[in-house]
Design a binder for this molecule. Structure first.
Ligand SMILES: Nc1nc2c(ncn2[C@@H]2O[C@H](COP(=O)(O)OP(=O)(O)OP(=O)(O)O)[C@@H](O)[C@H]2O)c(=O)[nH]1
Ligand SMILES: [Mg+2]
Length: 442
C-alpha cells in the first residue's frame, strides 16, 4: 500500500535537504513534484490542487526551526496536511438510542461488504452484542457466506428461511435481533457491478423501513477514483454516514483513501487490511499520513524541535505572568499563536476552572477580528502596550483612528485584555502554574 507514493515523496524530500531557508523557489520545485506523485497515486485532481495550495501557503516564508533542515520542515507540513486531508470529522460510529442499532453496509459487487460485515461484528463484539443479516438474495451462497463467517466469530446470524424480499428480510431480522437482546445489527446488502436503479430502489426501501443508525459505504481501495465516484453517487442517492476502505493491504495506489473524505465529505471509519476476519482497523488519519510518508524519525524530530520552541515561549510567558507583565503585545502574540492551534475556548477549557470564566467566551477571534485586534494593538505606542491603564479617552480615539476601527472596538479589546490579565493574576497566585504551563503550550 502506498509504496510508490512513499518512495516518490521520500526522494523529493531528499532533494530539499541542506538548503538553508524555506524559500519560494525550492518549495515550488518540491511542490511540483509532489503534485505529480499524488496524481500518479490516483488522487482526485481537484483534491491535489487544493492540497498543493495549502502546503504552499504553510511552507513558504515559514521560519525553519533550529536544529532541523528545511526539507524536514516540509515533510512535517506535508504530513500534517495529508492527515487533515483524510481526517477531521468524527470517525466513531453513532449507534443512536435505539436498540438494536441497525448499521447498513452498501457498495458495489465484490468490494468486501460481506467480509467487512463479519469483521466489523467481530470488532464491535468486545463492547456490544452484534447480530448479522444478509439481504443478498441474488448471489447464490451469499447468505451462506455470511453464516459461515458469523459462526467463526460467534455472532448471531439471521436465518431468513423462506423469505424472498430483501426489505422484508431486514425488517424481520431487526425484530428478531430485538427479541434476542442484540444491541447492534449489521445489514449486509447485495452488490451490483454498477449503480443501477434497481439496487438503489432496494437500498432506499431498506433504509426507509429499517432507519439505520448509520449507512456505511464500503469502498474497494483497488478501484481508485471509481470508488470515490461511486461513493459520491451512493451519498447523493441514499446518503451515507461514513466509509470503510477495504483491500488496503493490496497494491492500491492510495488515491481512494486520499480523496474520499475530501470529495464525498464523509469520514473514513475503518480500513480493511486483509482477507482474514481480524484484518479491520480503526482509521487514524495521522497514522495513515505517517505510513504514507514513512518518515517517522523525521516527524518526531520536528515535533521535538517544535516542543522545545513551545517550551521556551511558555517559560517566558510564565515569567511575565508571574511578574504581572503580560502586555498587550503578548496578548496579540498569544492570540495569533492560538489561531494556529485551534479554538481558544478549547485550549482554555482544558485548564481546570478556566473554561468557565465568562470573559473568555468573548475572546474567540475569527480571522477578521484578529486582523482588527492586531491593527488596534499595532496603533498603540510601546508605552501604551506595556501599560494599558494610561490609555484614556483621547488615546482611545487616536488608536481607533489609526487602526481604522471604532472607539467601541478599542474599548472592547481593552476590556477583554483587562479581564484576562485579572484572571492570570489570580491564576498565578494559586498553585496552578504547573497545569497552566502544561495546558498553555504557546
Ligand atoms: N486483501 C483483502 N481482501 C479483501 C478485503 N476485504 C475483502 N476482501 C476480499 O474481497 C473479496 C470479496 O469480498 P466480499 O466480502 O465477498 O465482497 P462483497 O462486497 O460482499 O461482494 P458481493 O456480495 O458479491 O457484492 C473476497 O475474496 C474477500 O476475501 C481486504 O481488506 N483485503
Ligand atoms: Mg456480499
Amino acid at each position: 500500500m502506498f509504496e510508490n507514493l512513499s518512495e516518490k515523496l521520500e526522494s523529493i524530500f531528499k532533494k530539499l535537504k541542506g538548503r538553508g531557508v524555506l524559500n519560494e523557489e525550492s518549495v515550488n520545485v518540491a511542490l511540483k513534484e509532489i503534485r505529480i506523485a499524488l496524481l500518479e497515486a490516483d488522487v482526485n485532481f481537484k483534491v491535489v490542487k487544493d492540497f498543493i495550495e495549502d502546503v504552499r501557503l504553510k511552507a513558504i516564508g515559514k521560519e525553519v526551526l533550529d536544529s532541523i533542515t528545511p526539507g524536514q520542515q516540509v515533510v512535517k507540513i506535508v504530513h500534517d496536511q495529508l492527515a487533515a486531508l483524510m481526517g477531521g470529522a468524527n470517525t466513531n460510529i453513532k449507534f443512536g438510542a435505539r436498540i438494536p442499532a441497525p448499521l447498513m453496509l452498501v457498495g458495489l459487487q465484490g468490494c468486501g461488504k460481506t467480509t467487512t460485515a463479519a469483521k466489523l461484528a467481530r470488532l464491535l463484539s468486545s463492547e456490544k452484542r452484534v447480530y448479522l443479516v444478509s439481504a443478498d438474495i441474488y448471489r447464490p451462497a451469499a447468505m451462506e457466506q455470511l453464516a459461515v463467517l458469523g459462526k467463526q466469530i460467534n455472532a448471531g446470524v439471521f436465518n431468513s428461511g423462506n423469505l424472498k424480499d430483501p426489505v422484508e428480510i431486514c425488517v424481520q431480522a431487526v425484530e428478531q435481533a430485538r427479541r434476542d437482546g442484540y444491541e447492534v445489527i449489521i445489514i449486509d446488502t447485495a452488490g451490483r457491478l454498477h449503480i443501477d436503479d434497481l439496487l438503489m430502489d432496494e437500498l432506499k426501501k431498506i433504509k426507509a423501513r429499517v432507519n439505520p443508525a448509520e449507512i456505511i459505504y464500503v469502498a474497494d481501495a483497488m478501484t481508485g477514483q471509481d470508488a470515490v465516484n461511486v461513493g459520491s453517487k451512493f451519498n447523493e442517492l441514499i446518503g451515507i454516514d461514513g466509509v470503510i476502505i477495504t483491500k488496503m493491504d493490496g497494491d492500491a495506489r492510495g488515491g481512494a483513501a486520499l480523496s474520499l473524505q475530501a470529495v464525498v465529505g464523509k469520514p473514513i471509519k475503518f480500513v480493511g487490511m486483509g482477507e482474514k476476519i481480524d484484518a479491520l482497523e480503526v482509521f487514524h488519519p495521522e497514522r495513515m499520513a505517517s505510513r504514507i510518508l514513512g518518515m517517522g524519525d523525521i516527524l518526531s524530530l520536528v515535533e521535538k524541535a517544535q516542543a522545545t520552541v513551545d517550551e521556551k515561549t511558555a517559560l517566558q510567558l510564565e515569567k511575565k505572568i508571574r511578574k504581572n507583565e503580560f502586555s498587550l503585545e503578548d496578548f496579540r502574540n498569544q492570540l495569533t499563536q492560538i489561531r494556529k492551534m485551534g479554538s481558544l475556548k478549547d485550549v482554555l477549557g482544558m485548564i481546570p476552572g478556566l473554561g468557565k470564566i465568562k470573559a473568555l467566551k468573548d475572546v474567540e477571534p475569527d480571522d477578521k477580528e484578529l486582523i482588527k485586534i492586531t491593527a488596534i494593538i499595532d496603533s498603540m505606542t510601546p508605552k501604551e502596550r506595556f501599560n494599558y491603564l494610561i490609555i484614556d479617552g483621547r488615546r482611545r480615539k487616536r488608536i481607533a483612528l489609526g487602526s481604522g476601527t471604532s472607539v467601541q472596538d478599542v474599548n472592547r479589546l481593552l476590556k477583554q485584555y483587562a479581564d484576562i490579565k485579572k484572571m492570570m493574576k489570580k491564576f498565578s497566585q494559586k498553585d496552578g502554574m504547573k497545569s497552566f504551563k502544561r495546558n498553555f503550550p504557546f
